[in-house]
Design a protein around this ligand. Structure first.
Ligand SMILES: [Zn+2]
Length: 189
């Protein structure tokens, strides 16, 4: 014999109160059940594709940072220039590159760093006062390396060359955001 219990439930999909025939019933109707199922499928699909995209993006960043040789396209991303500009720099011998074939030009990561350094404008005024370096107004070296997409060595050279004040804070070395932003922004103009 089927049970005659009637339970008041809230439909998982339309949120209306309905009389459920069993305590396990989750939906007021077959329609709501199906719609909720479809919605979940869709959400899962979106989530999956989000995760994949994130993975791809982080893989390519790690990839570019760990390789010694970069394509013109990759170099242009790092230098925040168009590929055309990068080709022009190569042609004018401002940026060192290797032509392996007509279609294969590779640039050493090292050369990108040195191009970067040699083109910094050297007379930016940097506040020499070390006293007002605080964790709030500063980047740690690690943060700056990531933000400005530069190697540790290149960053230290820039700090030295521009006499940028730095301060030790616990295990970190701090450099004022203002000072680095000033230097790196002028670079791209
Ligand atoms: Zn419903």
């Amino acid at each position: 014999m089927s049970s005659n219990i009637i339970v008041k439930r809230i439909c998982n999909y339309c949120k209306n109160v309905f009389d459920a025939k069993t305590i396990k019933t989750k939906y007021c109707s077959h329609t709501c059940n199906r719609k909720d199922y479809k919605l979940n499928q869709k959400l899962q699909k979106i989530e999956r594709s989000d995760t994949e995209t994130k993975l791809k993006v982080s893989e390519s960043v790690v990839d570019v940072n760990s390789r010694d040789f970069l394509t013109v396209k990759e170099a242009s991303t790092l230098l925040r220039m168009s590929s055309k500009t990068v080709y022009r720099l190569i042609e004018q011998k401002e940026l060192n590159a290797f032509n392996f074939s007509v279609r294969k030009t590779l640039i050493r990561r090292k050369d990108i760093d040195s191009y970067f350094e040699s083109n910094l404008i050297s007379n930016d005024y940097v506040n020499p006062n070390r006293e007002n370096i605080t964790p709030d107004n500063s980047y740690t070296i690690n943060e700056a390396v990531t933000i400005f997409n530069i190697s540790n060595g290149a960053l230290y050279n820039i700090i030295k060359k521009h006499n940028i004040p730095k301060k030790t804070h616990g295990k970190h070395t701090l450099v004022r955001k203002e000072d680095l932003n000033k230097i790196f922004n002028t670079q791209y103009e």
